[in-house]
Ligand binder design. Structure first.
Ligand code: FAD
Ligand code: SIN
Length: 534
C-alpha cells in the first residue's frame, strides 16, 4: 500500500489546564443501536456517558428499513444463517465472528422485544420476509419499512431511563486521547459548552459508517467516517476499507434525497426494469432480483450504460394496492410527495453507497489494537461480512457487538478497579487558523470524485487519479486548524477517502463489492486474505 503522509495526531490544539474536564467510567461515542446497546450493557457496571454529534436519533440505525436477519423462525437454524452469510462473504468472513453474532442474535433480539420493540406480527407470530442472498425468509421488521426507527427509539427509551447513563447530544468527538497505545477518553466539542476533555476508563467507538464520502448515498449527513479517521490518527489497525457496499435501489429523482427503496420490495416480488421496460435481472443471475447486492448493483450499472439512461425502475404495479400500501407505508408516502403512486407508476432507482464493510479492526471481544478502546457496529470490522454483506445482517451485528463491547468494557473495569488517571496534555498542532477555503465546494468535489473513481467499478487509472486529487486537496486542507464541525468532518472525509482508495488500489482482484474492471477475476491464490493497515 502506498506510504501516505502521516496525518497529524490531533485535529486541534488543546491544553488540559484551560479546557473543561468530564469524567466517566465508560465513554460511548455514537448513539445508534451499537452505541446504545453498549451503553445499556456497560451501565450495569459503572457510569456511562454517551456523546453523539447530532440529535440522539440522527444516525444510520434510525433510517434502516428492511429489518433484522435473525434465527427466530421455526424453519431456520444457526447453521443455515451462517452458510448464507459465509457464501455472501466470498471467502473473507471470520467464521468465528459469524457464529457468535448469528447464534447470539436471537437472545439480543428477544431482549429488544422485552424492552418494548414492536416487530410486525400476524396472528401473534412474527412475520419473516426475504432479502437477496438469504436462502429463505428470516428478516423481521417493524411498521412495514421503519424497522430502524422502532429499534432506535426502543433503545433510547431504555438508555434515558437508566440512572447510570448520561447523554450529551450535539457533542462532536474530535479525537481520541491516547498515550503509549492506551486510550484515556476523547477530546470533544459541545455546541454550547465548547471544547472538553472526557476522561474514561474505557472508550467505545460506535460512530457508524462513511457513506457521505460518496455523492450518491443512502446514509444521513452524520455518516462522515469520523470514527475510522480518529482511530487511525490514534494508531489503531484498520481492516478491509476497500469493501464499500452499494445498495442497488435508491430513489432517483432530481432534487430528491437519495431515499432507500428497501430490498424487501424486491423480496415481496418487485421487478427491475430498464428504460425500455424490459426485465433484465434473470439474464445476470439465477436468483434474478434477489441475487446478492453486488451483482444487482453491477447489473443495474450495465443496464444504465446500455440504455444510456440515468436510472432503472422498480415495478410493483402487479402487487395488490392495499397490500402494497400497508407493507411499505413510508416508501408510499415519500414517493407520493414526488407525484409517484407506487401502485400505478414505476419507481426510478439507481445504486448508491450504503455500508462500510471494513473499519476499525476488532477481536472477538470488540477490542481494538489500542488498549482500553473498543469498536462496535458499522465502524468496526469484525469480519462478519467478509467481502459482501447480506442485507439485514448489520442491525444484528450492531446489536450483538454493542452488547459484547459494553459487557467486556464493564467487566474489565470491575476486574481492575483502577481509578481514572487524567494527566496533563498540551497539544499544539501548529496549524494555520487562517483559511480562505470553500469547505462545501471541496466536500462536494470529493464526493463526486469518489463516486466516479472509487465507486461500483474501479480500475488503476481512476484510483490513481483519485489518489492524486485527494492528496492535492489534503495539501491545503490538512494544514489548517478548524474550529467547527464542517472543517473537522471534511478533514475526516479526506482521510477516509484516502484510505478507501489506497486499500482499493492494493487489492488487485475483484471480490464481493470490490469490482475492478482491470482485474475482473477473483484471485484466491494471492488475495483470499484481509487488507490491514496500521
Ligand atoms: P449509526 O446508527 O450510524 O450511529 C452512529 C452514531 O455515531 C450516530 O449517532 C452519529 O451521530 C454518531 N457519531 C458519528 N461521528 C461522531 C462524532 N465525531 N462524534 C460524536 N458522535 C458521532 N441494516 C440492516 O441490518 N437492516 C436494514 O434494514 C438496514 N437498512 C438500512 C437503511 C438505510 C437507509 C441505511 C443508511 C442503512 C441501513 N442498514 C440496515 C445499515 C444499518 O442501519 C447500519 O449499519 C447500522 O444501523 C449502524 O449502526 P451503528 O450504531 O453502528 O451506527
Ligand atoms: C434494505 O432494506 O434494503 C436495507 C437492508 C440492509 O442494508 O441491510
Amino acid at each position: 500500500m502506498k506510504k501516505q503522509k502521516e496525518p497529524k495526531r490531533y485535529l486541534i490544539s488543546f491544553d488540559s489546564n484551560t479546557t473543561s474536564h468530564v469524567f466517566t467510567d465508560v465513554l460511548v461515542i455514537g448513539s445508534g443501536l451499537a452505541g446504545l446497546s453498549a451503553a445499556i450493557q456497560a451501565a450495569g457496571y459503572g457510569s456511562v456517558l454517551v456523546v453523539t454529534k447530532d440529535k440522539i436519533d440522527e444516525n444510520n440505525t434510525a433510517y434502516a428499513q428492511g429489518g433484522i436477519a435473525v434465527v427466530l423462525s421455526a424453519h431456520d437454524t444457526v447453521m443455515k444463517h451462517m452458510k448464507d452469510t459465509l457464501d455472501a462473504g466470498q471467502g473473507l468472513c471470520n467464521t468465528a465472528a459469524v457464529r457468535t453474532i448469528v447464534s447470539e442474535g436471537p437472545k439480543q433480539v428477544k431482549k429488544l422485544i422485552e424492552y418494548g420493540a414492536a416487530f410486525d406480527k400476524e396472528d401473534d407470530h412474527l412475520i419473516f420476509t426475504q432479502e437477496g442472498g438469504h436462502s429463505f425468509p428470516r428478516i423481521i421488521r417493524a411498521q412495514g419499512d421503519s424497522t430502524g426507527r422502532e429499534v432506535e427509539h426502543t433503545l433510547i427509551h431504555v438508555a434515558r431511563e437508566h440512572q447510570n447513563i448520561k447523554i450529551f447530544e450535539h457533542t462532536f468527538t474530535i479525537d481520541l486521547i491516547t498515550r503509549d497505545n492506551i486510550c484515556h477518553g476523547a477530546v470533544a466539542w459541545h455546541i454550547k459548552k465548547g471544547t472538553m476533555l472526557i476522561w474514561a476508563k474505557r472508550t467505545i467507538l460506535a460512530t457508524g459508517g462513511c457513506g457521505q464520502v460518496y455523492r450518491e448515498t443512502t446514509n444521513p449527513d452524520v455518516a462522515t467516517g469520523d470514527g475510522v479517521a480518529m482511530a487511525y490518527r490514534a494508531g489503531a489497525a484498520l481492516q478491509d476499507m476497500e469493501f464499500i457496499q452499494f445498495h442497488p435501489t435508491t430513489l432517483y429523482i432530481a432534487g430528491a434525497v437519495r431515499f432507500l427503496i428497501t430490498e424487501t420490495v424486491r423480496g415481496e416480488g418487485g421487478i427491475l426494469r430498464n428504460k425500455k421496460g424490459v426485465r433484465f435481472m434473470p439474464k445476470y443471475h439465477p436468483q434474478a432480483e434477489l441475487a446478492p447486492r453486488d451483482v444487482v448493483s453491477q447489473s443495474i450499472l450495465k443496464e444504465m450504460q446500455k440504455t444510456d439512461h440515468t436510472n432503472v425502475y422498480i415495478d410493483v404495479r402487479h402487487i395488490a394496492k392495499d397490500r402494497l400500501y400497508a407493507r411499505f407505508p413510508k416508501i408510499k408516502e415519500i414517493c407520493a410527495s414526488f407525484g409517484i403512486d407506487i401502485a400505478k407508476d414505476l419507481i426510478p432507482v439507481r445504486p448508491s453507497a450504503h455500508y462500510m464493510i471494513g473499519g476499525v479492526k476488532v477481536n472477538r471481544f470488540s477490542r481494538t489494537s489500542i488498549q482500553q478502546l473498543y469498536a462496535c457496529g458499522e465502524v468496526a470490522c469484525t469480519g462478519m461480512h467478509g467481502a459482501n454483506r447480506l442485507g439485514s445482517n448489520s442491525l444484528l451485528e450492531g446489536l450483538v457487538t454493542g452488547h459484547m463491547a459494553g459487557a467486556d468494557a464493564g467487566k474489565s473495569i470491575q476486574r481492575t478497579k483502577r481509578e481514572l488517571m487524567p494527566y496533563a496534555v498540551h497539544e499544539s498542532v501548529g496549524l494555520s487558523k487562517i483559511s480562505w477555503l470553500d469547505l462545501h465546494d471541496i466536500g462536494n468535489s470529493l464526493k463526486s470524485l469518489m463516486w466516479r473513481d472509487a465507486g461500483i467499478e474501479r480500475d488503476e487509472r481512476h484510483l490513481l487519479e483519485a489518489e492524486e486529487m485527494i492528496e492535492m486537496w489534503c495539501s491545503y486542507v490538512m494544514d489548517k486548524e478548524f474550529s467547527n464541525t464542517i472543517g473537522w468532518e471534511l478533514q475526516n472525509m479526506l482521510l477516509v477517502s484516502q484510505l478507501i482508495v489506497s486499500f482499493a488500489r492494493k487489492r488487485k482482484e475483484s471480490r464481493g463489492v470490490h469490482h475492478r474492471t482491470d482485474y475482473p477475476e477473483t484471485d484466491n491464490i494471492q488475495w483470499k486474505k484481509h487488507t490491514i493497515k496500521k
